[in-house]
Write a protein that binds this ligand. Structure first.
Ligand code: PLP
Length: 401
């Protein structure tokens, strides 16, 4: 690795300041602004580097909540949050129940209902955590939803964490509106709320490099920035990675081209998936972002239960050869929804999957849904080991990404 023809090996081998490489942070805030159409400016001094968004979310929990306190999360939500919030920070998750009746939108009554349930459970609510665009829905939050969140956070004096890890994948209208933009548009930068808004970002999705472990927290709250910078000691990004990526991101021609091409390909893939499923008589939630679709397979269930959903999931694994995430893994309250990822396979594989799904759906609808899937899972874990430890050490797959 060189700078102006001189090797920087020694410098990088020694560099270990947890504030991060300034050149890297400068490029990251420029990228964040660019993704938001330069409507919002970010200050590199308010950016904290973490080993992925996973570490960013966990670190924020340690900073904003005590063990036993809670965050409200709209359902369905990214299954990894159960790990990030609960395992070490011991923060409770109270679901904000969203339903298919309005396309899983966040409403004021749903927010109030979740708050009330938390209170009945004696849980102090410290904030709301949303993903925008949503994993698993593949949709961006609307202006109205953002306004509900803002009004709610003002009224209850709580934090908003917006995990915007998919912000660069928005391939269709409506355009992406970041929480910061929505707060600025309501002229609330001079209020207390401004210091209770925290953005999580990462290059894992938008630049397709989860292995590099590049995540970050952006906050206007000095205490949070100072504390999370210290906490980042437990999950630093290597100096070598920071140097490499600072140089890559400085090539703005490349990043612009990459992001544009990425969005074009995602849209093409998503259209292929939606039309393939449509031919099989299966509908998807209308989406405009992300690497997946939220698919309605309710009509393939033998009964309107999560047992039936699990049975269907297993059948699709064993008979179709596809592993799609059942809605229950995302804490969806309605059985029969599945998250189908379209970005991690070739076009040819996607075509083959669509053909297989079509045959499978026809078989179920014509012949019926009889016969259970093979291979039952064996329960594990002895009574002497705590439930928490046996769950961690079980052969369960990693929380779904
Ligand atoms: C909403 C959301 N947040 C965080 C993560 C974790 O990202 P990272 O690889 O940067 O830790 C994911 C990964 O799927 C995600 O979907």
């Amino acid at each position: 690795m060189n700078r102006n023809g001189e090797s920087v090996f020694r410098e990088l081998a020694l560099f270990q300041d947890y504030h991060g490489l300034p050149a890297f942070k400068n490029e990251l805030v420029k990228l964040m602004s660019k993704i938001r159409g330069d409507r919002v400016k970010f200050d590199p001094n308010k950016l904290v580097l973490t080993a992925g968004a996973t570490s960013a979310n966990e670190t924020l929990m340690f900073c904003l909540a005590n063990p036993g306190e809670a965050f409200l999360l709209p359902t369905p939500y990214y299954p990894g949050f159960d790990r990030d919030l609960k395992w070490r920070p011991d923060v409770g998750i109270v679901p904000i129940h969203c339903s298919s009746s309005n396309g899983f939108k966040i409403t004021m009554p749903a927010l109030e209902d979740a708050y009330e349930r938390a209170q009945n459970l004696n849980l102090k609510v410290k904030g709301v955590l949303v993903t925008n665009p949503s994993n698993p829905l593949g949709t961006t939050l609307t202006r109205q939803e953002l306004n509900h969140l803002i009004s709610f956070a003002v009224a209850k004096e709580i934090h908003i964490i917006s995990d915007e890890i998919y912000s660069g994948t928005v391939f269709d209208s409506p355009r992406f509106i970041s929480i910061t933009e929505a707060v600025i548009d309501r002229n609330l930068q001079e209020t207390d709320l401004w210091s209770r808004i925290h953005i999580v970002y990462s290059l894992s999705k938008d630049l397709g490099m989860p292995g590099f472990r590049i995540g970050m927290i952006y906050s206007d709250n000095e205490t949070v920035v100072a504390a999370s910078t210290k906490m980042s000691s437990f999950g630093l990004i290597s100096s070598q990675t920071q140097f490499l990526l600072a140089n890559m991101l400085a090539d703005t021609k490349f990043t612009s081209k990459y992001m544009k091409e990425n969005r074009r390909r995602l849209k093409k893939r998503k259209d292929m998936l939606v039309s393939g499923l449509k031919t099989a008589g299966i509908k998807c939630l209308k989406s405009n972002a992300g690497l997946f679709c939220w698919v309605d397979m309710r009509k393939l269930l033998v009964s309107n239960t999560f047992e039936a959903e699990k049975e269907l999931w297993k059948k699709i694994i064993f008979k179709v050869g596809l592993n799609i995430s059942p809605g229950s893994s995302c804490h969806c309250t309605e059985p029969g929804w599945f998250r189908v990822c379209f970005a991690n396979m070739s076009e040819e594989t996607l075509q083959i999957s669509m053909r297989r799904i079509k045959t499978f759906v026809e078989t179920i609808l014509i012949i019926g849904n009889s016969g259970s899937s093979s291979q039952q899972q064996q329960p594990r874990g002895g009574s002497v080991i705590s439930k928490w430890v046996s769950k961690l050490s079980s052969s369960d797959p990693e929380p779904d990404r």
